[in-house]
Ligand binder design. Structure first.
Ligand SMILES: [Fe+2]
Ligand SMILES: [Fe+2]
Length: 274
């Protein structure tokens, strides 16, 4: 994949008026955990964008142009998640309250932490997103079979672009600061915040659908968390080692190939037909 140009895809996902936030009926808990991540996006991604945009004037080419495209990709992501999150919030009680506390958390980080920490946080979060994409790519045949096409496509498009731009925030952080210790602290904080809110969001959605006391639901969530941790933690640890760069990570194959099917004329991705 060419590393000098990022494609800004303006994909717009259309949902029917009765769209169901439970987009995976085989594994409702998986849909809820993914929806939990979706709820974070309109607050986490603009926080990364603000942090990185503040230092764009300091960057040299070609990183500067690449960073501007990266920021455009991230703004597209959060915009599309926001539309889907409205469907989640109108269907499930307790979600708007959760969204307020997510907004306060990332707002607080943005206001009170140093520019260097915020950049480390963005770079670390991008590594987390990349490892989520890696894990999803390995389990796509199991977890996305029979999923509703539009939300599934939205999630996969986002993950595929996270793979495509995996090194940009890291390069920006390296250009401005680059302390691996700060990066290691920030990536752990980012992961803990993500886990906390995804867990809360999953509980809220399980409650709304009468599954809060389903042992199967909790066992599945634990199983996926362990499996995800086994992909994510080594990736995170490797990314914090001196001399490591995200380009050293092999890209997941399916997502990268799938992203090449973007239709620039109609601004669409082929709908997921799993
Ligand atoms: Fe993103
Ligand atoms: Fe990203």
């Amino acid at each position: 994949m060419a590393r000098d140009v990022l494609t800004v895809r303006r994909v717009r996902f259309e949902y029917p008026p009765d769209a169901n936030p439970l987009w995976n009926r085989r594994f409702p808990e998986f849909a809820f955990a993914a929806n939990g991540i979706s709820l974070l996006m309109p607050y986490a991604e603009p926080y990364f964008v603000r942090s990185i945009r503040a230092v764009v004037p300091q960057l040299g080419e070609p990183l500067k142009s690449r960073t501007e495209d990266f920021l455009r990709q991230e703004m597209q992501h959060q915009r599309q998640h926001r539309r889907f999150n409205d469907i989640i919030a109108t269907n499930y009680r307790g979600v708007p309250r959760l969204e307020r506390s997510i907004r306060r958390t990332y707002g607080w980080l943005s206001r009170t932490r140093s520019q260097r920490f915020n950049l480390a946080f963005a770079a670390g979060s991008e590594t987390i997103a990349f490892s989520l994409a890696r894990w999803t790519d390995r389990h796509i045949g199991q977890l996305f079979v029979g999923a509703d096409p539009v939300p599934a496509t939205m999630y996969l498009w986002h993950l595929a672009e996270e793979v495509e731009h995996k090194s940009v925030a890291f390069d920006v952080y390296e250009a401005v600061d680059g302390s691996r210790l700060r990066y290691a602290v920030a990536i752990v904080v980012s992961l803990l915040i993500l886990m906390w809110f995804v867990w809360l969001a999953s509980l809220v959605m399980l409650y709304n659908t009468g599954r809060l006391f389903s042992p199967v639901a909790h066992l599945r969530l634990i199983k996926w968390s362990v499996s995800l941790g086994m992909t994510m933690l080594p990736t995170m640890a490797a990314s914090a080692l001196p001399g490591h760069h995200p380009e050293h990570f092999a890209d997941p194959e399916f997502l990268s190939a799938w992203l090449r099917q973007y239709d620039p004329i109609n601004e669409t991705m082929p709908l997921w037909q799993g």
